[in-house]
Design a protein around this ligand. Structure first.
Ligand SMILES: Nc1ncnc2c1ncn2[C@@H]1O[C@H](COP(=O)(O)OP(=O)(O)OP(=O)(O)O)[C@@H](O)[C@H]1O
Ligand SMILES: [Mg+2]
Length: 427
């Protein structure tokens, strides 16, 4: 299919339009979400009618369409308002400013952010490049005042969409301030609606009552998809993305079944699996995506998933994992808690030379180690030598984890992989 030989070319091409399989592609059609759509449409109706916007809180597992449905509805709303405005006199026209804020974009190393950081982010989104404010150095209330000033300089309705809102952790000041701003009288010329989106159930549970009152005016739950629904979504995507001869109903069914089983009904996983399967088929010069390609793709994704979930761990757990990776590399696992602690201490000192931060005590480290066992990264072996023989625990990676994955996770966190002297750690 290519005109000349290139190491980048495959003999066959199965993907006609790769953008359709991209993460941030917003589908033209939302499938299998009729109930959610009708609930959600009523949240946006007031804006279309020129009335004050409402607040809403959306929740549901990862990959179930919260972001996609919101993007789709916003786009439709903006488009329909434009059409409606054509019919209206200048005085009656509806003004809408929709601000899409992904809280993940304001997180630091540990994947959390604060109300303050996000408020600064919104201010800067509304300001000209030369006029942006610094991320530090303001009193919190000053930042909110600046925020209200910026918002008040706009007109009409403002819809603030806070995606991945759980990244705010326990600090929900922003969620208290924003929805209530109009009631408290901070804003004169505009009306603000806030949409919060989260896949973390504990976040919703732990919201302070006053936030729940205002933000959760309407709550919309996105249930997980079943395998049949995944197949419907996937088929529509395949029709746009792949050549007809590249796939069959069997391709769609197997991808949907695997995504349903392994990622509890995530459409994101199903779409990723389809894309990776097409790539594997291409790499194997196959004109059609066959079951072995899908199984291979599924394994590839699992590998990436483990690395991603290691990346998401906090710093202390990463150090514990690095310690076990070093011991594993030297064939010293399963290892006793004290051996892991000795190694972990060396790891911490190697990485914290600049800050001088000291390692946790063995008991402190053990709390993190136990979490890693609970999350399925590490397995504990109970050594019991019977009466008088003593009893102790040893730890090693589960089958899902290996040193290479930990190294990759360090690379993704922009952390160098330092070598550690293991002499004497088992002593
Ligand atoms: N009902 C649907 N119809 C068509 N495509 C869908 C539907 N639901 C989800 N998708 C697609 O599945 C992928 C994941 O959806 P989305 O990003 O909206 O998940 P999410 O609920 O926001 O997940 P997270 O909590 O991880 O952010 C996207 O590519 C999206 O386009
Ligand atoms: Mg999302």
């Amino acid at each position: 299919m290519t005109d000349f030989d290139s190491i980048f070319a495959d003999e066959v091409d199965l993907i006609a339009d790769a953008t359709v399989l991209e993460e941030d592609y917003t589908p033209d059609q939302i499938l299998c979400r009729d109930e959610v759509l009708s609930q959600y449409t009523s949240v946006f109706k007031p804006i279309y009618k020129g009335r004050p916007p409402q607040n809403a809180f959306l929740y549901g597992d990862t990959g179930v369409g919260k972001t996609a449905v919101t993007k789709y509805l916003c786009r439709t709303l903006e488009h329909d308002i434009e059409r409606k405005n054509e019919q209206l006199s200048a005085r009656d026209r509806i003004t809408l400013t929709a601000l899409w804020i992904n809280c993940e974009n304001f997180t630091s190393g540990d994947h959390t952010t604060s109300s303050y950081q996000v408020a600064v982010g919104i201010v800067n989104r509304l300001r000209e490049p030369g006029n942006r404010i610094n991320a530090t150095g303001y009193a919190p209330q000053d930042v909110y005042d600046l925020l209200y000033e910026e918002l008040d300089s706009l007109d009409g309705s403002i819809l603030i969409i806070l995606d991945e809102i759980d990244k705010l952790g326990s600090d929900d000041t922003l969620l208290y301030e924003l929805p209530r701003s109009r009631d408290i009288g901070y804003l004169e010329s505009v009306r603000v609606g806030v949409i919060g989106i989260s896949n973390d159930y504990t976040f919703r549970k732990n919201l302070s009552p006053k936030v729940k009152d205002s933000l959760c005016e309407t709550e919309i739950k996105f249930p997980a998809y079943d395998a049949d629904e995944l197949a419907v979504i996937l088929r529509a995507r395949a029709e746009q993305a792949l050549y007809d001869s590249a796939y069959s109903q069997e391709t769609i069914s197997l991808c949907s079944a695997l995504a349903y089983k392994e990622a509890s009904g995530s459409a994101r996983r199903a779409i990723r699996l389809l894309r990776r399967s097409a790539e594997v088929a291409e790499e194997n010069s196959s004109e059609h995506i066959n079951p072995p390609h899908i199984r291979q793709a599924d394994e590839d994704l699992e590998y990436g998933n483990i690395v991603e979930s290691i990346v998401d761990q906090d710093q202390e757990k990463l150090f514990v994992l690095a310690a076990i990776a070093h011991l594993d590399g030297a064939d010293l696992t399963p290892a006793r808690t004290r051996t892991i602690h000795a190694t972990y201490s060396r790891v911490v000192r190697a990485y914290n030379t600049a800050s001088g931060k000291e390692p946790l005590t063995q008991r402190g480290m053990f709390n993190h180690l136990s979490k890693l066992v609970m999350f399925g990264f590490v397995r504990t072996i109970d050594r019991n030598k019977g009466a008088g023989g003593g009893q102790w625990n040893e730890h090693e990676f589960t089958d899902d984890v290996d040193p290479q994955k930990v190294r990759e996770a360090f690379a993704e966190r922009d952390r160098e992989w330092l070598s550690i002297d293991l002499r004497g750690v088992t002593g």
